[in-house]
Design a protein around this ligand. Structure first.
Ligand SMILES: [Mn+2]
Length: 317
């Protein structure tokens, strides 16, 4: 498999700075070597060089700096597809507006699996913080801002310049690992009966093997052929991934996370499958609050499992 990596050291859209160091930490954890050792051809585009941007009161945090980064991620990853799996290393989760827009432009039927403690489906109207890292799914769905004034203008600029029309379809977005939702997000999720939604309570009750089968049944039901996986390291319990800006207790264990990656990988590599992984985000690794780079290591190990790493390789493969 060909994999194109792009680092996006930008963290202006969350409450804590430091995930700008994420791409370096993930590379230091050995991601490229792990992928190359699995037989993949890795093409590393290096890191973008975003401008530091101060917050402007009343604006989306920090729209002025983020928009050019979304634009550049989209341009570079769109060029990397379709001959290669595009991978964006963040940075904060708002950057997925750029990466997934690149894939949506190539594949309007794109399905997205959002593996995260958070729904990231706030709009400027429902967000308690005006931080864009809590809004990328709403942007990709092209939800209206719900406010008037400067934030509405900025939101519409994101929808006009970055997110293709008609945007991500509500039956083609799935979440796993949710456990921290704002009330506006709860309302919005409840308004999406066609979406695939699994909170941590369902992970607890049903277990990862059942959840994985449900993911595959959902992807079959929408006849998904092109899949993007957006992986926020905060889906792991803080015991395994303490270096992230909005950690929430009660997340996936190390093995739950890996089993999910292993089962997804088996499905993606099955002989008779039309389903293709077209891209991946690995976001919200924040080395400035981490312990011995364990969060970058956990994240890159998860990616290796998704790309075929096995405890005992399957016979005949
Ligand atoms: Mn997130």
């Amino acid at each position: 498999m060909k994999i194109t990596l792009l680092g996006a050291p930008f963290d202006g859209c969350g409450p804590k700075f430091g995930s700008r160091l994420g791409p370096a930490a993930v590379r230091f954890a050995g991601l490229q070597n792990q992928l190359a050792n699995l037989g993949h051809e890795v093409h590393d585009l290096g890191d973008l060089d975003p401008k530091p941007t101060p917050k402007t009161p009343g604006h989306l945090n920090v729209f002025e700096g983020a928009l050019p980064v979304y634009r550049e991620i989209k341009t570079q990853l769109r060029a990397a597809m379709p001959n290669s799996v595009a991978m964006m290393i963040g940075g904060d989760h708002s950057l997925s507006i750029g990466s997934i827009s690149a894939a949506l432009e190539r594949y309007p039927d794109l399905a997205v699996l959002w593996i995260d403690a958070h729904g990231d489906i706030n709009t400027p109207a429902t967000s308690p913080s005006s931080n864009l890292h809590g809004m990328p799914v709403a942007a990709l769905l092209r939800d209206p801002s719900g406010v008037s004034g400067i934030q509405d203008e900025q939101w519409n600029q994101i929808l006009t310049e970055i997110v293709p029309t008609p945007g991500l379809q509500p039956n083609r977005i799935g979440w796993i690992g949710l456990r921290d939702l704002d009330s506006g997000e709860q309302d919005r999720l409840l308004s999406l009966p066609e979406a695939f939604i699994k909170t941590m309570m369902e992970v607890d009750i049903e277990g990862i093997p059942v959840i994985a089968q449900q993911v595959f049944a959902w992807l079959d039901s929408i006849q998904a052929r092109h899949l993007w996986i957006s992986f926020d390291v905060d889906v792991f319990d803080p015991v395994f991934a303490p270096g992230t800006g909005t950690m929430v207790r009660g997340g996936l264990t190390y093995r739950e996370g890996h089993l999910l990656a292993e089962l997804l990988s088996s499905r993606l590599r099955a002989e008779k499958t039309d389903l293709q992984l077209v891209g991946l985000d690995l976001v919200e690794v924040n080395p400035s609050i981490d312990q011995n780079n364990v969060t970058a290591i956990t994240g890159s190990e998860w990616v290796a499992s998704l790309f075929g790493k096995r405890i005992l390789p399957e016979r005949g493969s």
